[in-house]
Design a protein around this ligand. Structure first.
Ligand code: GDP
Ligand code: IMO
Ligand code: MG
Length: 429
């Protein structure tokens, strides 16, 4: 039995989907434990690209069980679309292969509306969210006014809870944001229409996972977002509303913390960020544009251009410390080919002092100047490399510098979007 968590060490989009699909071969269950359909995880298999949002990235491997645990917020309408889209492409999904927690909270139509209203409010705080209603859904969970997937079993419970939620939401829509209000009966009708499609998947996933542990199954936990988007430990308030850090594996699944043995930190060979917020190594110049174009850095969920910059060892070391990362999976190394000299931030300078952490105060963080180490760079197509020795000397020098500055060994190196375009150095299962 092996338990492995895969987490993003930066600001998301590190290539978690690809790596989960790859390592999922040896897992019995693949589990999402936090976040929602703000995630966009892309897999490329034999030239076919699949963008997943709520369904775990093991779904393309027949015979595996995909679990959406209680820490995830689920948009039932979007999930139905995702299931139908995959089914139309021949990916069989049924109650045997997909299990969704009865305790997972639902993203309701008014959550999406509230997310959009806040983002569009000229006097408000624009975060650049994915507009999926993630924040408002987690707010209602904490306020204890949320609806859970298990509530779909009872129309009476649904009716009551929707009415309570809308009393407040409609005041905001009408009185503050000037957007149309929602009628409780319309929302109830929509929710009732989800029952037939969603309820067959809804189970007690905590017990399912506890049983799987007892049976010695291999479990892969698929993080969404990245550590710097963590609501407690990230660049608050420019974060998401969940915890992409590994502490959430336990809380979000119902397994004890000691169940987690292995943590693989996903490190993109450079950094990208979508939405607003600090980004010390951002390149707001032609080099940033070149990385964006070569790396196709446009959002899987929203299509927005991603901000790009040099790799930041301070960010990855923070993730390693917060999450107990044992090894790193380096992704998108191929994108750096032909860029000339490469840089990695080893530490920051803040008001003339050397620091090797991200200050909590945004004003201080914005004054941090990254201090770089350089590597000569490399040329040519590295997509065919399957062993370290297949890589050009310059690429190996860059990996060596990464390992030196970050202090973690690489367990795998991804050199292309396809499943096979990977150098595997360590197998977990
Ligand atoms: P995630 O959110 O962490 O799963 O990452 P995304 O799927 O949002 O973004 C990563 C993008 O890079 C996707 O389009 C992947 O297909 C692609 N990708 C993943 N690994 C590699 C790689 O090693 N090289 C290249 N060129 N693309 C990759
Ligand atoms: P994956 O799993 C990159 C960002 C948004 C925004 C902030 C808050 O694909 O790596 P939210 O909609 O969560 O309230 O938005 O978080 N964000 C992501 N950025 N990858 C993601 O997921 C993200 N999920 C949320 O862009 O800045
Ligand atoms: Mg993504």
């Amino acid at each position: 039995m092996t338990n492995l968590a895969i987490i993003g060490t930066q600001w998301g989009d590190e290539g978690k989907g690809k790596v989960v699909d790859l390592l999922g071969e040896g897992a019995d269950l693949i589990v999402r434990f936090q976040g929602g359909n703000n995630a966009g995880h892309t897999l490329v298999i034999d030239g076919q690209s699949y963008a997943l949002h709520t369904i775990p990235s093991g779904v393309l491997r027949p015979g595996k069980v995909s679990v959406v645990a209680s820490g995830v917020v689920v948009d039932p309408e979007d999930l139905i679309r995702e299931i139908m889209g995959l089914s139309a492409r021949g990916v069989a999904i049924g109650p045997e292969s997909l299990k969704i927690s009865e305790k997972a909270h639902m993203i309701m139509p008014y959550h999406r509306l509230l997310d959009a209203a806040r983002e569009n409010d000229p006097s408000g705080q624009k975060l650049g969210t994915t507009g999926r209603g993630i924040g408002p859904a987690y707010e209602d969970k904490a306020a204890r006014t949320g609806l859970r997937l298990g509530d779909l079993r009872s129309p009476e419970v649904l009716a009551k809870r929707i009415a309570v939620a809308l009393r407040e939401k409609n005041c905001l829509f009408e009185g503050l944001y000037g957007v149309p209000t929602l009628k409780a009966e319309d929302v109830l009708k929509r929710a009732l229409s989800w029952r037939e499609r969603i309820l067959p998947y809804v189970v007690d996933t905590a017990r399912l996972l506890q049983d799987a542990q007892a049976q010695g199954k291999n479990v892969l936990f698929e993080g969404a977002q990245g550590v710097q988007l963590d609501i407690d430990h990230g660049t608050y308030p420019y974060v998401t509303s969940s915890n992409p850090t590994t502490g959430a594996v336990s809380v979000g699944t119902g397994l004890p913390p000691k169940a987690l043995e292995n943590v693989l930190g996903l490190v993109k060979a450079y950094v990208s960020r979508v939405g607003e917020g600090p980004f010390p190594t951002e390149l707001i110049d032609a080099a940033g544009d070149e990385i964006r174009e070569k790396g196709h850095e446009f959002g899987t969920t929203t299509g927005r251009p991603r901000r790009c910059g040099w790799l930041d060892a301070v960010v990855v070391k923070a993730a390693a410390a917060l999450c107990g990362v044992g090894q790193m999976a380096v992704t998108k190394l191929d994108v750096l080919s032909g860029l000339g000299e490469l840089k990695i931030a080893s530490h920051y300078e803040l008001d003339g002092e050397r620091i090797d952490f991200l200050p909590a105060e945004l004003a201080e963080l914005s004054r941090c100047r990254p201090v770089y180490r350089t590597s000569p760079g490399f040329e040519g197509d590295v997509g065919q490399a399957r062993r370290l020795e297949d890589l050009p000397k310059g690429a190996r020098a860059y990996l060596d510098l990464m390992e030196e500055l970050i202090g973690l060994p690489a367990a795998l190196i991804s050199v292309g979007a396809e499943r096979e375009e990977t150098i595997v150095l360590h197998r977990y299962f």
